[in-house]
Write a protein that binds this ligand. Structure first.
Ligand code: ADP
Ligand code: MG
Length: 447
């Protein structure tokens, strides 16, 4: 019960307060309707009672499903019966605890144990990122991949991979001091430390880590103080071969309002993109997630959903949850029609978002030509190739048929569209530039 409360509390109060006041409490949960929390001294006891007792009582009542549940806070330590069970593999305390007699600041990793490599479905779009992440998890701190910089659009698995690396490092070395932290949270902690005159603790804390995992580093934009502090932490960790992993929604050089010296450091190791998953991977992800939920998902349905929802994995998961809930609730079999109905709004939105018109505009802009050129008879290469790409994208991203697409491109025959799709499919395999253009365009169109 106390464990469950702690998990909730952890999300509701600042990490420093959490580890200073709540984490060290010992819980005696012998009774069914009473929990006694032991504080090390009167001061702690009073602080906890004044600030957190109401919240804890509320949570305890909730978790025990007993509105009368009582929580008491006493000074002392829990009566020993047997060997006390260790609460978590990762001991927690805090930045604030640095000032105690411990040599190294204690910490909590913030890692989500559910995000591991095992449940990260591999596909072309994330293969490289996954492979490198795995390597870093096995050999953290190696210079060739330090820092590891993972970037890509939202919902593509960056955070998942980040946790997977952290969990992987800990699996190999349970004593490793690994921290996952979102850039925004890092910023808040920095500001807090500054205000509380605890900068020394803050610095020491981050500089004594074995691995620092910062998510969504683009949030550092415009935060000069945070960037300055992070710059020194980065240098210190890097010099002692500690692993740094960062994620961002874009390539390091493209992040705005981040100091150049930081951006250049982001590129010192490996920068790897995660692309939107292609159809095959989308289907595999759906099947995997369904299996995890013990949900019966026919392959053709996974295929149908995967074909319709193309932007990101989070969206796929959302759709699957929706279908699952609807099926459980109505007791109906999951058919295509059932899915169409359950996902009506999502599918409509998708159709509205990506139209042939829109694709033509984006492609024209990308290649700095005119939409009219795409519809023209011109066969000049600077126009013909973009036109083929736009046709292939229209096939991939909309539900338009070959004849319909042909019509939208200056009344061309459907065989021309088929030919364009084949050509682009081949070129994507052979020509890195085309592959890159394709990915960029898909990313832009599905953002
Ligand atoms: P990002 O941080 O890039 O926005 P997340 O890592 O939060 O994306 O991923 C969104 C959701 O999709 C998470 O629930 C994650 O577990 C899941 N997910 C993303 N990629 C994969 C994958 N390749 N296999 C399985 N689940 C994935
Ligand atoms: Mg994320």
């Amino acid at each position: 019960l106390w464990q469950a409360c702690l998990l909730q509390l952890q999300d509701q109060i600042s990490p420093v307060d959490f580890s200073t006041w709540l984490r060290p409490l010992q819980a005696d949960e012998e009774s069914d309707n009473l929990m006694v929390l032991y504080a090390s001294n009167q001061f702690v006891q009073k602080w906890v009672v004044d600030n957190y007792l109401d919240l804890i009582t509320k949570l305890a009542a909730q978790f025990s499903r007993n509105a009368e549940f009582v929580v008491k806070v006493q000074v002392g330590s829990k009566p020993v019966k047997e060997a006390p069970a260790t609460i978590e593999p990762v001991a927690a305390a805090s930045i604030a605890a640095v000032s105690t007699e411990e040599a190294q600041p204690a910490y909590r990793s913030n890692l989500n144990v559910k995000h591991i490599f095992d449940n990260f479905v591999e596909g072309k779009s994330n293969q490289l990122a996954r492979a490198v992440a795995q390597k870093v998890a096995n050999n953290p701190g190696e210079q060739s991949a330090n820092p590891l910089f993972l970037y890509g659009g939202t919902g593509l698995g960056k955070t998942h991979l980040l946790h997977a690396v952290g969990n992987g490092i800990l699996a190999g070395n349970p004593k490793a001091r690994v921290i996952y932290i979102h850039a925004e949270r890092f910023m808040q902690e920095y500001v807090k430390a500054l205000k509380a005159d605890k900068m020394e603790n803050f610095k020491k804390f981050y500089r004594t880590l074995d691995a620092l995992l910062i998510d969504d580093i683009q949030f550092f934009a415009g935060k000069d103080g945070t960037q300055e502090e992070f710059f020194h932490i980065f240098n210190s960790l890097f010099e002692s071969s500690r692993q740094i992993i960062l994620t961002s929604d874009r390539y390091p050089k493209e992040i705005e309002k981040i100091e150049d010296r930081l951006k250049s450091r982001f590129g010192w190791g490996l920068s790897i993109a995660i692309e939107p998953p292609e159809l095959e991977t989308r289907v595999a992800i759906l099947l995997k997630k369904a299996e995890e939920k013990k949900m019966q998902l026919p392959e053709e349905i996974a295929f149908f959903i995967g074909q319709k929802l193309r932007t990101n994995v989070r969206e796929l998961e959302g759709a699957l949850n929706r279908v699952h809930a609807n099926a459980e609730f109505t007791g109906k079999a999951i058919t295509i029609d059932f899915v169409r109905e359950a996902l009506k709004d999502m599918l409509a939105l998708q159709d509205k978002l990506v139209t042939v018109d829109n694709i033509q505009k984006v492609v024209a802009e990308y290649y700095r030509i005119k939409v009219a050129d795409l519809k023209s008879k011109s066969r000049s290469r600077s126009v013909a190739r973009p036109r083929q790409l736009a046709m292939a994208l229209s096939k991939e991203l909309t539900n338009r048929s070959y004849p319909e697409i042909g019509k939208a491109f200056g009344d061309r025959d459907h065989t021309t569209v088929i030919h364009a799709c084949r050509t682009i499919a081949t070129l994507k395999e052979q020509d890195n530039n085309i592959q890159e253009d394709w990915s960029n365009l898909i990313r832009t169109l599905s953002a």
